[in-house]
Design a protein around this ligand. Structure first.
Ligand code: NDP
Length: 451
């Protein structure tokens, strides 16, 4: 039995709770790439899949820090350096109480194929901590970030491993992490991406993932001969970096995003989400979405306690296109049924693996245009790589230049995925297309580099 098969068997036996999402991601890829493995024996001969599913290394460390009341706090930090066949390890850091090794292995594994799809020279990694920035003072976040970097700096570098942000890690956290890295190493280099613009960040990095998901969707709808998004109602989940900028780009192209969500509830504003208010609540005040309706009584706030049985309020609103942009497994089979019944024709994963396997299967079988995360949300890492290029050459690119390059890259990824699906007899299946195209490039590099 191969390592990959053994991993799947563990999932089926239900003895691997922590690794559940990792095996979920793995299972999808193994299923998708079967025709590729059958068509070319070299991938099996060199055991590429078995080598790919085991991270190069998993670094796990203790992070101790003082809170504002001088209590000692202890968290666990991780960096999963998964694969560097195509370039240095690259992937975000997530700070959220749910973080464990299994979640980071799932995200790191997806990151390998996502980074491969961009065509840029970057490998795959992910990291983070079970630290929760929510409710912490700025000073506490700073103390934690310093303590985290005290250990992490040993394993990263601009040609080794370049972390970025993810859930719970935005410009503020990256700034504190970078400050500590400089102090320890004396180096001012491009070791982190997602830095604030004033000290080495790229213009458009905050916007990149959300904008990129919309650019991908526009191209996918074009290829599939569907009506464009302009004038269409869209539903979006999340109220963080990805969701805010997906909403922003949707509005710029004349679509009408009517929902946003956080971990406590959903806002439905039929006139279109008030983006300025949303940014103020989430980026400035770090407040709950429940605040939204205080100044917008025409909108509805649905707390999670009032969600439809087994479903999510955002996916119960009729829409033309849906953009799940919050977190993994947030859109279930019930939600998929609701979306389809209400006329939704397109689903774009802005978050990483937000749709459960059952929901994905339903979308594919019902011929819904379905843009999987590893292709649709690759805009963030693509602009991170642009940030690395700018840092290495001591240049600053204009917003327009980065945006233009992002749009080109997202449209290229979409075309490559669609063509790959067609080549392997699964036309219109962007899940299989993305998995095959992403895997093939890494696998060929692994074979060329020897074992
Ligand atoms: P943020 O931390 O900025 O925002 C996350 C949003 O999702 C918040 O609104 C948060 O609500 C909500 N959320 C988080 N966890 C849950 C949960 N368990 N249930 C319900 N809602 C939840 O993160 P990002 O926007 O950066 O990331 C969102 C997704 O996009 C993640 O899957 C991430 O891996 C993926 N992604 C991000 C990229 C980036 O460039 N930032 C790049 C590619 C993928 P609350 O505020 O209440 O916590």
């Amino acid at each position: 039995m191969s390592i990959a098969e053994a991993e799947i068997e563990k999932l089926e036996n239900g003895d691997c709770n922590e690794n559940k999402v990792f095996f979920q991601a793995l299972e999808e890829v193994i299923h998708s790439i079967a025709p590729l493995l059958e068509s070319d024996p070299k991938y099996t001969k060199f055991a590429v899949l078995d080598r790919l599913v085991v991270p190069d290394r998993v670094i796990k460390f203790k992070v101790t820090w003082f809170d504002d009341n001088q209590n000692v706090k202890v968290n666990t930090g991780y960096r999963v350096q998964f694969n560097n066949s195509l370039g240095p390890y690259k992937g975000g850091l997530r700070f959220h109480p749910s973080v464990n090794e299994g979640i980071l292995k799932f995200l790191g594994f997806e990151q390998i194929l996502k980074n491969s799809l961009t065509g840029l020279p970057i490998g795959g990694a992910k990291g983070g901590s079970d630290f929760d920035p929510k409710g912490k003072s700025d000073f506490e976040v700073m103390k934690f970030c310093s303590a985290f970097m005290t250990e992490l700096h040993k394993y990263i570098g601009p040609r080794i491993d370049i972390p970025a942000g993810d859930i719970g890690v935005g410009g503020r956290e990256i700034g504190y992490l970078f400050g500590e890295y400089k102090k320890i190493t004396l180096k001012y280099d491009g070791v982190l991406t997602g830095k604030p613009f004033m000290f080495g960040g790229s213009l458009m990095r905050p916007e990149a993932t959300g904008y990129g998901a919309v650019y991908f969707t526009e191209k996918m709808l074009e290829i599939e001969n569907k009506e464009a998004l302009t004038g269409k109602i869209c539903t979006v989940s999340g109220a963080g970096n990805v969701a805010l900028h997906a909403i922003e780009k949707l509005q710029q192209i004349g679509a009408i995003p009517v929902t946003c969500t956080d971990s406590q509830g959903t806002v439905y504003d039929a006139r279109g989400v008030d983006l300025a208010l949303l940014k103020d609540l989430k980026l400035e005040k770090r407040a709950s979405l429940a605040e939204y309706v205080k100044s917008h009584p025409q909108a509805t706030y649905i707390p999670i306690s009032e969600y439809p049985t087994g479903g999510h309020a955002a996916w119960n609103i009729p829409c033309y296109a849906a953009f799940p942009c919050a977190t993994q497994n947030e859109l279930t089979e019930i939600d998929a049924k609701n979306l389809i019944a209400n006329g939704c024709i397109s689903v774009t994963e802005g978050a990483n693996m937000p749709c459960t396997p059952e929901a994905t299967e339903l979308f594919l079988s019902q011929k819904i245009c379905f843009a999987p995360a590893k292709a649709a949300n690759a805009g963030g890492v693509a602009v991170s790589e642009f940030e690395m290029s700018q840092n290495a050459s001591m240049q600053k690119w204009s917003f327009e230049k980065v945006d233009k390059k992002l749009k080109i890259i997202m449209r290229q990824i979409c075309t490559r995925v669609a063509l790959t699906a067609k080549d392997y007899g699964v036309e219109g299946n962007y899940v299989d297309g993305a998995n095959i195209a992403g895997f093939k490039k890494v696998a060929d590099a692994m074979i060329a580099e020897g074992i």
